[in-house]
Design a protein around this ligand. Structure first.
Ligand code: SF4
Ligand code: SF4
Length: 203
């Protein structure tokens, strides 16, 4: 008969005194270790919709869709594909919003039956270009930039108009979609292409 090794005997005696290492899951809920790296979760109060996390995700588990059919309520849908994520934490590390827009949680019980439902989403309000209606950035992102750069905000009409709108100082619904190729085009919320064109072509 093969005799047990000394280490195994010590482990067996220890288990008799302090109890087994294995948990009684699923009878008893499993408590993950405090440093456990589980599924990342968006925090819609903190996320500004900048897409930095999407850029760094190594497996394409993050994506977005800009929904602009309703010009009065354009939105960016931020999507996390939970079946693709490898819980590497790169998104949290790259998050510009104090690493709190998306954070690893201790959520580990992730089995599901329908793979098409393996996604979590949040919505962010979008600002559209007042000339071509293409997305400029999320409103929270423009606010974040303006808070970061302080008075330099006044050097960029897109930033200061967005700021005035978010503060309720000018009407949110003043959208001048007509292009006049004149000076007034420069004082609008514009995408980079329209800003370049108005700057170069303004008479
Ligand atoms: S934890 Fe890693 S794989 Fe998962 S969404 Fe974040 S960056 Fe992508
Ligand atoms: S704020 Fe953070 S979570 Fe939100 S899009 Fe940017 S990097 Fe991603």
């Amino acid at each position: 008969m093969k005799l047990p090794k000394i280490r195994e005997v010590i482990e067996a005696v220890k288990a008799l005194i302090v109890g087994p290492y294995t948990s009684k899951f699923p009878k008893v809920p499993h408590k993950p270790h405090p440093n456990f790296r589980g599924q990342p979760k968006y925090n819609d109060k903190k996320c500004v919709g900048c897409l930095a996390c999407e850029e760094v995700c190594p497996v394409g588990a993050l994506a977005h869709k800009d929904i602009t059919d309703d010009k009065k309520n354009p939105k960016r849908l931020m999507i996390h594909y939970t079946d693709t994520c490898i819980f590497c934490g790169q998104c949290e590390a790259a998050c510009i919003s104090d690493h709190e827009g998306i954070k690893l949680s201790n959520d580990w019980e992730l089995s599901f039956f329908d793979r098409t439902k393996a996604e979590e989403t949040i919505e962010k309000e979008l600002a559209l270009c007042e000339i071509c209606s293409s997305p400029v950035a999320c409103k929270d992102h423009l606010k974040w930039i303006s808070e970061k750069i302080g008075e330099l905000t006044y050097s960029n009409p897109t930033l200061y108009l967005s700021r005035l709108k978010s503060l309720g100082i000018i009407d949110e619904n003043i959208i001048s979609a007509l292009r006049d190729d004149g000076r007034s085009d420069r004082a609008k919320i514009l995408c980079a292409r329209c800003r370049r064109e108005t700057t170069l072509t303004t008479k």
